[in-house]
Design a protein around this ligand. Structure first.
Ligand code: ARG
Length: 244
């Protein structure tokens, strides 16, 4: 009897373990430093995008692990097969769509202009000899470069950093006059750092999760998971958790 029990227990364990082993793990690349979408807390990458990916994984039966990568290296990492998905508040753009496939949109944003609190500066910081900081390769970077610098409207320096956390630090330290970044993230920074929003540039951006071009199987699975998360209370819960 005891022997039978041992065999049974062993069997349960083996079957149980192989079932666990069956769940695929996808490596999700992000660029932490974009609160509340992704940031580091107690050495862990957390945020809206992480919860969203976990919720999609729960719906569709896969596990996720996160990798923190410089924003402008995310698409190359996807192309090189070092990561399977990008979840980084990444705006769906035509240019990016030449290299990757995006899911349906899960969040919308515009660009905001922030300055140091009590600096008395306004949107005129985007004209003339002012210095503006942006995160390398973001839509904010593109906008400032193409719409302001290339046109000779802004003649000061554009300081590019790997994260907006560094841009905001430069702003607080008085090294630049403004930072241009996504509106929800600007709002969060204005709550946690001595900076204020002085203007919004209506760009009407939509965030999507990205997979390598042609990875239809994973793309379909993410879209299906996104739909399920949207239909359940889960999406509202995540929004509540990060935007209250
Ligand atoms: N939405 C902007 C873009 O796609 C900024 C995204 C920055 N994301 C990040 N995780 N740092 O270019």
């Amino acid at each position: 009897m005891k022997k039978l029990l041992t065999i049974l227990l062993t069997l349960t364990l083996v079957i149980g373990l192989s079932a666990v082993g069956l769940a695929e793990t996808y490596t999700v690349g992000t660029s932490a430093g974009f609160p509340p979408f992704e940031y580091v807390e107690d050495g862990e990458i957390v945020g809206f995008d992480m919860d969203l990916m976990k919720a999609i994984g729960e719906e569709m039966g896969f596990e996720v692990e996160f990798k923190d990568i410089a924003f402008d290296s995310l698409i190359p990492a996807l192309k090189a097969g070092n990561i399977d998905v990008v979840a980084a508040g990444m705006t769906i753009t035509e240019q990016r769509e030449e290299n990757v496939d995006f899911t349906n949109s899960y969040y919308s944003a515009d660009q905001s202009i922030i300055v140091k609190e009590e600096s008395g500066k306004d949107i005129s910081v985007l004209y003339g000899d002012n210095d503006v900081s942006v995160q390398t390769g973001t839509t904010g970077d593109l906008w400032v470069t193409e719409k302001l610098a290339d046109k000779g409207i802004l003649t000061g320096d554009i300081k590019r950093y790997d994260t907006f956390v560094l841009c905001v630090s430069d702003l607080v330290n008085g090294n630049v006059d403004a930072v241009v970044l996504d509106s929800p993230v600007a709002e969060r920074f204005s709550e946690i750092r001595p900076v204020e929003i002085v203007g919004i540039i209506v760009t009407g951006e939509n965030y999507g999760l990205a997979v390598d071009e042609g990875n239809t199987e994973l793309l379909d699975m993410l879209n299906e998971g996104l739909r399920k998360v949207n239909e359940s209370d889960k999406m509202a819960e995540i929004i509540d958790k990060y935007f209250k």
